[in-house]
Design a binder for this molecule. Structure first.
Ligand code: NAD
Length: 313
């Protein structure tokens, strides 16, 4: 029998809420709705345990994980009426290189460190990656900060036989995959792209942070779409959308005889669900690679990321 995957998480925000609530939901209901891959390398969705969690806010540190996921500013809804205590008491995280040894000691024995803190804090992301490397725990960077795109760091993970997955998860059914697919379809059907744009609006703390603080999200979203004819409107934060993201796409193209083709589309999704649906796969890919002794970047993660190694920062 395969041993359960042991995951340590950094950040007890909306995405961690969606992930841990989802793990309980799928165990309790046995449902497969919303699951992309029931098994990866023989590891089922129910074979994943969150064993350690790090947060910064005083309101969350010391609390049980299953209580903390509902504290503000998290606004992802409840998936089950009751969530029994997890037994995981939240530990204080780090913000810079001070404390790398403490975090490395705390994640000893975990398979994976899932980095799910706010985007735009590269020093912090790097410090957690160093802790994972020191503890020989696979590291997943779900933020747009350049970690797997840092070739020097990736080389060190490869040499140590430790997987490094990143950067920036591409949501399960989000703007990146949808936009990429529509542009591919246009090409497949022989049309010529003239211009295209994406507008993203959301009501989560992630959106607020991305609007207010510097980050590399725009470039990362452009990396995911992979065309220089696409532009991204600045992100918009609208608290009334709560954990929903609303995105609009426009595509202008030319068809037969140069005549105009125009497409406008609206997508509405729970953004943290889109993240959890991918994080559950990234965690199993990273754990399987680590257990097989495959260090560095696992190529099978590429379709789940916006900015894999080699893309622009
Ligand atoms: N679909 C998606 O939601 C999506 C897609 C791609 C990337 N991402 C990225 O995933 C990350 C997580 O998203 P989220 O919606 O959960 O964000 P969030 O803001 O809800 O959660 C982040 C949490 O990390 C905590 N934190 C901040 N600094 C920390 C530190 N040094 N140590 C430990 N915890 C710390 C914050 O207090 C917060 O609770 C973000 O970087 C986001 O940009 C999300």
């Amino acid at each position: 029998m395969i041993e359960n995957v042991r995951v340590a998480v950094v950040g007890v925000g909306n995405n961690t809420s969606a992930l841990v609530q989802g793990l309980a939901y799928y165990r309790e209901t046995g449902s497969l709705v919303g699951i992309h891959r029931p098994e990866i390398a023989g590891i089922g969705v129910g074979d994943v345990d969150v064993v350690t969690a790090f947060a910064l806010s005083d309101a969350k540190v010391g609390k049980d994980l299953h209580e903390a996921v509902f504290l503000p500013p998290n606004n992802f809804p409840r998936l089950l009426p009751e969530l029994a205590p997890s037994g995981v008491s939240i530990r204080r995280g780090l913000v810079d290189a001070d404390g790398v040894g403490r975090i490395a000691a705390a994640i000893e024995g975990a398979d994976v460190l899932l980095y799910s803190a706010p985007s735009g804090r590269t020093v912090t992301a790097r410090a957690y990656a160093e802790a994972a490397l020191a503890a020989r725990v696979a590291f997943i960077n779900t933020t747009s900060d350049p970690i797997a795109r840092d070739s020097e760091l990736l080389d060190r993970f490869t040499a140590a036989g430790v997987p490094l997955v990143g950067d920036d998860l591409a949501s399960q059914f989000g703007t990146s995959v949808l936009h990429r697919t529509l542009l591919r379809l246009l090409e497949e059907r022989g049309l010529t792209l003239v211009s295209s744009y994406q507008v993203n609006l959301g009501g989560t703390e992630d959106f607020r942070n991305l609007v207010v603080n510097d980050n590399t999200k725009k470039q990362s979203k452009l990396n995911a779409v992979g065309s220089d004819k696409v532009d991204m409107a600045p992100l918009g934060y609208l608290p009334q959308l709560e954990s929903n993201k609303v995105a609009y796409f426009n595509i202008e193209a030319q068809g037969w005889g140069g005549t105009a083709v125009s497409l406008d589309l609206k997508l509405k999704v729970h953004d943290p669900s889109g993240a959890a649906g991918v994080n559950i796969d990234l965690v199993r890919i990273a754990a399987a690679a680590r257990r097989a002794g495959r260090g560095g970047y696992p190529a099978e993660a590429a379709e789940l990321l916006k900015s894999p190694p080699g893309t622009m920062v």
